[in-house]
Design a protein around this ligand. Structure first.
Ligand SMILES: CC(C)(COP(=O)(O)OP(=O)(O)OC[C@H]1O[C@@H](n2cnc3c(N)ncnc32)[C@H](O)[C@@H]1OP(=O)(O)O)[C@@H](O)C(=O)NCCC(=O)NCCS
Length: 208
């Protein structure tokens, strides 16, 4: 596995002052909605806990910055750069650090029925080999993980990221972005988490 992940419960986070830099604390205090505040903090806690396995700095000396499109980067005082990604859903936040390549994406979603309209909006007809909630939720997390790997955010059409027979296929703008990144070999893993969640990671694997 060329990445590490960490999942944290939003109800057992330390105080924000123990996790965030002064600049992050300012952003944190500006959030009006408590749920958003907590998940934002949780994502940073998960990521920094994970980072402490690689770096000797404490949490208040590592800072998460988001690109204009929202893609996070972890700023470490010694200038080391590792690809990182953050997700939050329900009671949990999770983060991933990639050990190879320049990009990674993680996504976590609660397994639930989201209806036919949602499925039609998110998936190409060739992807829907089952209407079961666990199948569609897994498919969604895999697509979102790839979307985060590509880093463009919602300017991409989710249907341009397709899983046909379990195999990732990119079309349109998703393909163009991937080609501009040097056509990395994207490996996507999905797993089940306690509490009825699906989690997927899109990471860079060596070219075969
Ligand atoms: C922006 C987006 C990445 C957020 O995904 P999400 O599933 O709503 O939220 P998650 O909790 O999983 O992820 C949020 C994290 O993604 C990261 N993120 C945001 N924009 C990103 C980007 N362009 N690239 C990579 N990561 C990004 C951020 O770190 C963010 O956490 P933070 O704000 O605490 O830093 C985007 O994929 C999105 O909004 N998807 C929803 C699409 C949707 O509902 N479509 C319906 C039709 S299918």
């Amino acid at each position: 596995m060329a990445y590490r992940i960490k999942v944290v419960e939003l109800d057992s986070l330390p105080a924000a002052q123990e996790i965030l830099t002064a600049r992050e604390l300012k952003t944190y205090e500006e959030f009006k909605v408590e749920k958003r505040r907590k998940e934002w903090l949780g994502g940073r806690f998960a990521l920094k806990q994970l980072a402490m396995n690689f770096f000797t700095f404490d949490m208040q000396h590592m800072e998460v910055r988001n690109s204009p499109a929202g893609k996070p980067t972890l700023m470490v005082p010694d200038g080391t750069h590792l690809p990182v990604s953050i997700t939050h859903s329900g009671d949990y936040a999770a983060a991933a650090i990639g050990l190879t390549g320049d990009n990674i994406g993680i996504d976590m979603e609660l397994i639930e029925n989201r209806g036919k309209e949602w499925a039609q909006m998110c998936f190409h007809k060739d992807e829907i080999s089952s209407g079961a909630a666990f199948f569609l939720t897994e498919l969604w997390t895999k697509k979102e993980a790839v979307l985060k790997f590509l880093g463009t955010g919602l300017s991409l059409d989710m249907k341009d990221i397709r899983f046909i027979g379990g195999r990732l296929m990119l079309y349109g703008k998703a393909f163009d972005v991937w080609a501009q990144m040097g056509s990395p070999n994207i490996q996507v893993d999905a797993s089940d988490l306690d509490g009825g969640y699906k989690l997927a990671v899109a990471a860079e694997a060596p070219q075969i």
